[in-house]
Structures are given as C-alpha cells and as structure tokens.
Design a protein around this ligand. Structure first.
Ligand code: 3PY
Length: 244
C-alpha cells in the first residue's frame, strides 16, 4: 500500500508561506511512490492550488450542513470549491477546543464524503486514559462513534494521534504504536470486511525526520499526519523521503 504523508498546518501560514509550499511540492515530486498532501488553513487553499495545481491540498474541518446560517463555518463543498481533495476531521484540538463529539465528527464525515472529499478521521487517547490502561477502549469507542457505518472505505483514512504525543516531542514505543494500529485494523475489517484492509491508518504526534522511518516500518502504519514538522520543506521532506 502506498504511504500517505499529510501535513497539518493548523492555524499557521499566510500568503507569505506560498514559496515554502512551492519548495515542499517541488521536493515531494522526487518521491513519486509516496502520496503527500498539505492540509492548510482555509484561507490558503485556493491560492496554493492555483499556484501548485499538481499537489494535493485539504482543509482541517468542515461543517456538517451544506450551507446556511452558521457564521464563521466552512462547508465541505466550499473546501472542494477552493481546491481541496481531503479534510482532517475530529482532530483532538477540535474535540477539546470546540467540544466536538463523536456524533459531530460522524456527521461531518458523511457531509465531506457526499461532497467528494477524502476524510482523514482522527482518534487518540489522553495521557490519563493511557495511564489507566484504557487506550484501546477509548480508540475503539471513538471509531465506533465517529466513523459513519455507510462510509465507503476508500473514502476514509484513520489517523491515530495519541493526544499526549501531539506537539510534545514524545512518541509511544514502537510496540504501543503496533498494538493500537493492529486493534484499529481489526475493528475496520470486522466492520467493513475486505474494504477495511485497504483503509490507511496514519500515525500522528511528534513524527519527524529522525523517527519517521522506524514508525513507518510498523505493520499497519500507512503513513503519517504531521504537525509542526510539516511547516517547512527542510523538516517535512525527510519524512516524505522516509516513506518512500
Ligand atoms: C501533530 O503531530 O502535532 C499533529 O497534531 C498532527 O495532526
């Protein structure tokens, strides 16, 4: 299975960063056996797609409704209109900052698929849940609650992002990553049959050029969702290279 390396720019980047995006796109072209993409602030997607038409861009959230009186929100159709191919949904920062529930994420995922977007759906446990030995229970409950039953498996990837590893420089042991990814794979195949085997399960949380090769070699790790290390070509390209 081809690996997918997606940068999550979060609330970073203005038009001044278009040149950096150009360097990422140019460098990533050398690794044509890897799928790479950047999920940008919504304000940058159209300009980036206009300048770098061959590269894949995405958003970081969308509303569940197609349009209407939702001040400040962005619909899935607006993301496709701006040039997005994908959208990150259910990131832990949105689950905590905006109070998004599994049901919210599920509704957004259905809306995104209906608009033709590929969904990268995030799950992850807190440090307290991990310490209490609840990691698998939490992850499986999030998958059950937030992945729509009728979603076509080829339209979704799952990103496993332990919350305590995001932006902290800490990563789980390789065995922990292997065990959570295996549990996610079992859930997907039990639920979606053969199609569940083709869903990529990305790892996210402090992935960088130094640890990417070891993490990407773990069975059932189909790529990475990268935060801070995706903001510059200098840091992001080594991760894409490690996936090649
Ligand atoms: C991180 O690695 O910081 C992320 O949250 C990626 O989504």
């Amino acid at each position: 299975m081809r690996k997918l390396i997606v940068g999550n720019w979060k609330m970073n980047g203005t038009l001044a960063q278009l040149d950096e995006i150009g360097q990422i796109q140019a460098g990533a072209a050398a690794y044509d056996n890897v799928d790479s993409a950047l999920c940008l602030p919504a304000t940058l997607i159209h300009a980036a797609k206009q300048r770098f038409a061959d590269f894949q861009f995405g958003g970081q959230d969308c509303h569940h409704a197609p349009k209407g009186a939702h001040t400040g929100c962005i619909s899935a159709e607006m993301l496709t209109d701006a040039g997005s191919a994908m959208v990150i949904l259910g990131h832990s920062e949105r689950r905590s900052d905006q109070g998004e529930s599994d049901a919210d994420v599920r509704a957004k995922a259905s809306a995104a698929c209906a608009a033709g977007l590929h969904v990268i759906l995030c799950v992850g446990e807190t440090e307290a849940q991990r310490d209490a030995g609840q990691t698998e229970t939490v992850i499986l409950a999030q998958l059950m609650g937030s992945v729509p039953d009728d979603i076509a498996a080829e339209h979704i990837d799952i990103a496993y992002e332990p919350i305590w590893a995001i932006g902290t420089g800490r990563v789980p042991a390789i065995e922990e990553i292997a065990s959570v990814h295996a549990a996610i794979r079992t859930h997907l195949t039990e639920r979606f049959g053969q199609a569940g085997r083709a869903v990529r399960i990305l790892y996210g949380g402090s992935m960088n050029g130094d640890n990417a090769a070891a993490i990407l070699a773990v069975p059932n790790v189909g790529g990475g969702l990268i935060g801070g290390a995706s903001l510059t070509a200098e840091k992001f390209l080594p991760i894409i290279k490690a996936a090649s």
